[in-house]
Design a binder for this molecule. Structure first.
Ligand code: BGC
Length: 707
């Protein structure tokens, strides 16, 4: 204890935890100091713990209002009762619901992330919220993680490129984000007891970069500490994560809050840099760790007063940044505008990934079709309201069947068969087969639902549930023109259907505009331009954590033995053929990528590589391609992944149109984290830059030299 005390003061004097150290905002810092100076200890502590499910007590006397927090990452959650998890029954809290995280990442379009941030910020303000809990940016490590659908990708660069504009846009609306879940909450199984171990290199190369970008580039005002432990200590009281990395290395000056009910101590957490305790326990809020026990700890000299002042200052700073306090007109916000709904539609339309399209069955030419059989529970199921904390009371949610009937109904005859229930049902399969037989085209809407893609539990396996594989096989036998639309937010096994169904479109959970987007994709009104943000394995056993047997861990400990070889880094390095690779997705048109070059052939370590290439739409329709630049370091003193994503650009082109694109990669970003030197190391020598449209489809390579 004494040592922690001394350490704290050393850090204070070194300026490391000095909250007043914000250049250029001195007057704000003075006002914060003055406010803190007026508070009693009890008042200070009242700002450091919740007083209900999603609110933190204000201080009336000093004009500090209650602080309002809300979930979540793809829409503003409906109002929850103050003291239980029931809904408050408001009539004005129906929101715009976007497609969740993996769908956002599948657009590979940072502009859409920005657009989403603006909408979420406006709707949060309209609901008088101060903090919106998201984005969730944990690495997709196992295909089974129940929250994969909320997260973005297996690749840290893709995560960073999407998270930063989302955060900047949202916070421009005077609402704070809460980037979650800090750190290594990569499984829901045992999430509130598992202790995660990984190498410093894996931490630096894979698990930290998204958070680093969120804080250092995105300027995230708050961060949410995860439920799990990291290297023995709970993430909410982990000095290494909270003080050393977040505060000292990233320069984070905002609020580090717990996940709901993730606090485990008063003194340890207080010294480790936690600011705010949020929770689910409705017993006396005054007895939470960061309530009366914190007052007592200060009085007993176990937590120094400056440590409490620092926390209060962090809260007040975010309040000033979002204009909860201070002058300046705060954004008023708006809900459910046509622009908001358009943004949700765009996000769903650009997310869909065309995995297979044999014989160009898609797009469907509605003038040549008379009957369509729509099959599958996901053709009529609404998903916005599921998944637990990210569930949204959507203003509306258009299902695929509704949209198809509405958009195509006057031209084609549409029949519907449910096809499957929450179990294998041969009667439903027979009905579906009959419907398919009588139609020109059968469209099966399958995949998962939020019984699988959900917070707080992981999937048991990667299978398509409810006997869907049999259903799809039978339907495809009955009608060779079978299109499968997968509605899911995390990997499922497709091995049993890829050689049966000619066309497969992965549509994700599409938010409130799901049906409209999928109808337009199937008819060709919109050309698919999404790319997989994760590797789709043939089977679970291919995937690194499972191949090595280190999921979900043993004895409540999990060691990430695959190390840096997460996702495609594993598949490509080990030469394992996945079902569909990272970054993959087809289009209704064709693209040619050519003239790949770099501005120089050799670079110093502080330089930036400027890489150029041409993309041409050589097909017949307008479309978008995501050109991906990967780098390899063939000769290195340590094992490096076969390739790593370093840049990408989504380009939209008219038929026949060509664009020249330039992307930039810092030489420093070619480095690996050198565990032996505890530093990044871009070793001198040759690197290969590879340009492609998936991690497995490389068009051109250029060698460069790093001096
Ligand atoms: C989840 C968080 C969420 C919080 C509040 C927790 O169970 O892990 O992501 O923001 O609840 O609902």
């Amino acid at each position: 204890m004494k040592n922690q005390f001394i350490l704290f003061f050393l850090l204070m004097t070194a300026g490391v935890v000095n909250a007043q150290n914000v250049t250029g905002v001195d007057s704000r810092e003075e006002r914060i100091r003055a406010l803190v100076g007026k508070m009693t200890l009890q008042e200070k502590v009242s700002l450091l713990h919740a007083n209900s499910k999603f609110y933190v007590g204000g201080i009336k006397r000093l004009g500090i209002p209650e602080w309002a927090l809300s979930d979540g990452p793809h829409g503003v959650r409906a109002e929850i009762d103050r003291d239980d998890w029931g809904y408050a029954g408001w009539t004005n809290d129906s929101a715009t619901c976007f497609p969740p995280g993996t769908a956002l990442a599948a657009t590979w379009n940072p502009r859409l992330a920005y657009e989403r941030g603006l909408v979420l910020g406006e709707e949060a303000r309209c609901r008088n919220k101060d903090v919106l809990l998201g984005p969730g940016i944990n690495i997709i490590r196992s295909p089974l993680c129940g929250r994969n659908f909320e997260y973005l990708s297996e690749d840290p660069l893709l995560i960073s490129k999407m998270a930063v504009p989302y955060i900047r846009a949202l916070q421009s609306k005077d609402v704070a984000v809460s980037v979650k879940h800090w750190l290594a909450n990569n499984q829901e199984e045992h999430r509130d007891s598992i202790d995660v171990y990984m190498s410093e290199r894996a931490l630096r190369e894979i698990y930290l970069p998204g958070f680093k970008a969120a804080v250092m580039e995105g300027g995230a005002y708050t961060v949410m500490a995860a439920y799990n432990r990291y290297r023995g200590d709970w993430c909410s009281e982990n000095d290494w994560l909270g003080r050393q990395i977040l505060r000292k290395e990233f320069g984070f000056k905002g609020v580090l809050m717990t996940d709901w009910g993730a606090a485990h101590s008063t003194v340890k957490a207080a010294l480790a840099g936690l600011d705010l305790e949020m929770g689910t326990d409705i017993k006396d809020y005054n007895e939470w760790y960061f309530a009366n026990p914190l007052v007592r700890a200060v009085e007993e000299g176990k937590v120094p007063v400056p440590a409490v002042d620092e926390k209060v200052a962090n809260v007040l700073r975010v309040m000033f940044q979002t204009k909860v306090l201070g002058e300046g007109q705060r954004v008023k916000g708006k809900m459910n505008t046509p622009e908001h709904q358009r943004a949700a539609y765009n996000s769903a339309a650009e997310a869909a990934v065309l995995l297979q399209n044999n014989g160009n069955l898609l797009p469907l030419h509605l003038d040549k079709i008379r009957r369509v059989a729509v099959i599958g529970d996901n053709a009529t199921r609404r998903h916005c309201g599921g998944g637990l904390s990210s569930e949204i009371k959507a203003l509306y949610e258009i299902t695929p069947l509704e949209a198809l009937r509405q958009k195509w109904g006057d031209r084609v005859k549409i029949s519907y068969a449910q096809g499957y229930e929450k179990r294998l049902d041969w009667k439903l399969i027979d009905e579906a087969v009959n419907a398919a037989k009588q139609a020109d085209v059968a469209i099966v809407f399958g995949g998962l639902n939020h019984d699988f893609d959900t917070e707080s539990s992981d999937k048991r396996d990667m299978a398509l549930p409810y006997g869907q594989q049999v259903l799809i096989q039978e339907v495809a036998k009955a009608n060779p023109n079978t299109v499968v639309v997968i509605v899911a937010g995390s990997p499922v096994e497709l091995a049993g259907i890829v050689d049966r169904a000619p066309s497969i479109l992965w549509a994700w959970y599409g938010g409130m505009e799901a049906g409209n987007a999928v109808a337009d994709l199937l008819s060709g009104k919109v050309n698919p331009s999404g790319k997989l943000p994760f590797t789709l394995p043939v089977s679970l056993a291919q995937s690194p954590a499972h191949a090595l047997g280190n999921y979900p861990g043993r004895g409540l400990k999990v060691n990430y033995e695959e190390d840096i070889l997460v996702g495609y880094r594993w598949f490509d390095t080990k030469k394992i053929q996945p079902q569909f690779p990272f970054g993959y997705g087809l289009s209704y048109t064709r693209f040619a990528v050519s003239r790949f070059s770099t501005d120089k052939s050799s670079y110093g370590k502080d330089e930036t590589i400027r890489a150029r290439f041409d993309v041409k739409n050589t097909g017949e329709v307008y479309g978008g391609e995501v050109v991906q630049l990967y780098a390899s370091d063939p000769v290195c003193s340590v094992l490096r992944p076969e390739k790593e994503l370093k840049a990408f650009e989504k380009v939209f082109l008219q038929p026949g149109e060509t664009k020249t694109v330039e992307v930039r990669v810092k030489v420093a970003d070619l480095a690996f984290y050198d565990d032996s030197r505890k530093a990044w190391n871009a070793e001198a020598g040759e690197y290969i830059l590879q340009l492609g449209n998936s991690s497995r489809t490389i068009f051109q390579k250029v060698k460069i030299l790093v001096k």
